[in-house]
Design a protein around this ligand. Structure first.
Ligand SMILES: Cc1cc2nc3c(=O)[nH]c(=O)nc-3n(C[C@H](O)[C@H](O)[C@H](O)COP(=O)(O)O)c2cc1C
Length: 177
């Protein structure tokens, strides 16, 4: 099999968990985006990042540092949103803001669900989430989506949707490269 590396951007550990699972199953190296210097010796690059209000941790900085032109690129993102078509669309838009179709095909972009413990968030993130919680609380109960119900309750109850078994499809795809 070709030599590969998983590069992840993770602020509270969810993306890191998925990255380590993928790397472990494939026997690939695994590093945080803050540590990557060069990918010259790798033929496959798997780039993962947590989703934060329209941007994905580490993607832009990593792509400024490394040259992916001669590699097989696979992308995964991690967020709290459920996998509705609308949410997947928003997530893919965030990916497309930094990576074009020529560099990575839609079939090579994966999405996994993460977690959140409100008490462990940084001050800035807590303020951002408080705003989002307030917005969700304003929606009449009968009209709230499941995601909005979950967000409205986030201050009281942490959530954890991490399921590392989800990486199987990505791993099987990489094995065919
Ligand atoms: C300020 C803030 C904004 C977020 N925005 C989104 C979002 O737009 N979409 C989403 O699905 N999840 C969003 N999340 C949830 C994170 O993506 C989720 O907690 C994820 O597990 C973080 O991964 P990480 O721990 O690897 O950084 C947000 C979280 C915070 C704190």
């Amino acid at each position: 099999m070709k030599k590969g590396i998983v590069i992840y951007g993770s602020q509270y550990g969810a993306t890191e968990k998925y990255a380590k699972e993928i790397a472990g199953q494939l026997g690939f190296d695994c590093v945080s985006h803050t540590e990557i210097k060069s990918i010259d010796s790798y033929q496959i690059v798997i780039l993962g990042g947590g989703h934060y209000a329209g941007s994905i941790t580490g993607f832009k900085k990593t792509l400024e540092k490394i040259n992916i032109d001669n590699t097989d690129l696979i992308v995964f993102t991690v967020g709290l949103s459920s996998k509705t078509a609308e949410n997947i669309d928003a997530i893919n838009t965030a990916v497309r803001n930094v990576i074009s179709k020529e560099k990575v095909d839609d079939s090579r972009i994966f999405y996994y669900r993460g977690n959140m413990d409100f008490k462990k968030l940084s001050m800035v993130h807590r303020l951002m989430m408080k705003f989002m919680i307030g917005q969700c609380k304003k929606v009449p109960e009968a009209n709230k989506t499941d995601d909005q119900k979950g967000i409205a309750n986030l201050e009281k109850q942490s959530v954890d949707f991490i399921n590392v078994n989800e990486v199987n499809e990505l791993v099987e795809l990489v094995k065919t490269l």
